[in-house]
Design a protein. Sequence first.
Length: 183
Amino acid sequence: MDKKFVNKLQDDCLKRKIPIISDNTNKFINKIINRYKPTNCLEIGSAVWYSMINIADTINKWDWKITWFEISYPAYKELLYNTTHVKAYNTKAYNMDFKYAPLNKIIKNKLDFVFIDAMKREYLTYYKLLIPFLNNNSILIFDDVIKFQYRLNDLYRFFEKNQIIFQTLQLDADDWVILIEHK
């Protein structure tokens, strides 16, 4: 990985107020990736691809694939440019709303790892759409769940009603994630 490029990208995002994952969230994701060694990953809400640059660098050590969705066309174009700075050969980007994507045509193999950092009020919709595409041991991470907690009430109710076991983990003062080990 081109560390200078990643540092420049991080600085540029901060200057332009483009939300990216925190260093602690990045470390946490890499810890999970190294523990479970997923081969089929998905990200919803990629922005400029900052989070997946680090994931791609980690999973380059084994056979893998990343698919991601970004609804913003300018962010999508920037994302494509940014992928040229890492060894991310087995990736596919979609510039579309995940809710309307032809998932049966896009997701060919069950997903091992999912990172969701898109519109918070849509988290429940994303989760429901993902269920048929998850492995028995899939890992899901939802970002910014405390900062935008008021937009996630339906998701929490769904988890409770369906007895879905999840953990809420504080990674920064204002950054918490939900972790689900899908069984």
